[in-house]
Design a protein around this ligand. Structure first.
Ligand SMILES: [Zn+2]
Length: 286
């Protein structure tokens, strides 16, 4: 694996994801006195790739880590660093619980049966988290509530708790000097469903920031124009889906409205809104 860093701005960069292994993008804010990692990674193998890359680029120490949310692919590797770990209080509470986890096959099965990890996550952890039998999820060293500003020397990074539809602990990291926004997984759905009432305040918060480059954890960065177009999809498709709770009906309505097939992004968001309606319907009829 190449030890590549992609720059987003003068002080901001990321180590690209590895899709096959579900290793997310790792954000980096580079100050003259310290650097900040946005997320820790998924496994010891991911940690080693990150460490080697940072060393190859001689990035400033000490390093700090802030988590965008508690999901395993973002936090499992935290235990391997000699860095201070920052987390929002909801994230920290989850880490405290996850610290009790054991990850051998039998316990992993139990976690899946409890709904703590999805079927897909169980498979990915089995495949791509080496040494998981000995892994203990690290707890946060420093906990914050609404947000926290990191002064790194020559640059500041702002952690902003936003919650939203993906997880209620989702935290953005914004770097005003570079107008770079690290989004974590905040704009993804949760198990195929968007909860509209949680999504709207998140979108409003994101729209209030001046963003030149934005990075989600599992795709390439957006420039300003691409990001605006991406955000626009949420309002357009929410309106299009309305109350529809059947995937094929929403799909047909899209085709009839736009006279073409949806792009992968449109397809994902469309399904998320329908999925949200299905979840709501099922809840109401329970
Ligand atoms: Zn996630």
């Amino acid at each position: 694996m190449e030890k590549v860093i992609q720059y987003l701005g003068k002080h901001t960069a990321y180590i690209p994801e590895n899709k096959e292994r579900n290793e997310p993008n790792i954000g980096i804010v580079i100050g003259s006195e310290a650097s900040l990692l946005v997320d820790a990674g998924s496994s010891i193998a991911h940690f080693e790739r990150i460490e080697e890359t940072l060393e190859a680029h001689e990035l400033a120490c000490p390093r700090q880590i802030v988590l965008t949310h508690y999901h395993w692919d973002h936090c499992f590797a935290a235990t391997y660093y000699e860095s201070v770990l920052y987390a929002q209080n909801l994230t920290a509470a989850k880490l405290e619980y996850m610290h009790t986890w054991r990850l051998d096959d039998a316990h992993l099965l139990q976690l899946r049966q409890n709904g703590d990890v999805s079927n897909w996550s169980e498979q990915m952890i089995q495949k791509y988290v080496p040494g998981r039998e000995h892994l203990r999820v690290k707890q946060a060293d420093i906990v914050f509530n609404d947000g926290l500003t990191f002064a790194l020397g020559s640059v500041q990074a702002q952690a902003i708790h936003v919650g939203g539809s993906h997880t209620n602990d989702s935290t953005l990291v914004y770097v005003p000097e570079d107008k770079v926004l690290f989004l974590g997984d905040s704009l993804y759905s949760s198990r195929g469903a968007y909860k509209r009432e949680h999504l709207q305040p998140l979108l409003a918060k994101i729209q209030s920031l001046d963003v030149e480059q934005a990075l989600l954890s599992h795709r390439e960065p957006f420039n300003r124009q691409e990001f605006q177009a991406y955000l626009q999809l949420f309002s357009d498709l929410e309106r299009l889906v309305g109350d529809l709770d059947v995937h094929i009906q929403a799909h047909r309505k899209f085709q009839a409205t736009y006279n073409r097939k949806p792009t992968p992004d449109e397809f994902y968001i469309l399904r998320g809104f329908v999925g949200g309606n299905i979840a709501k319907r099922d809840q109401e009829t329970d």
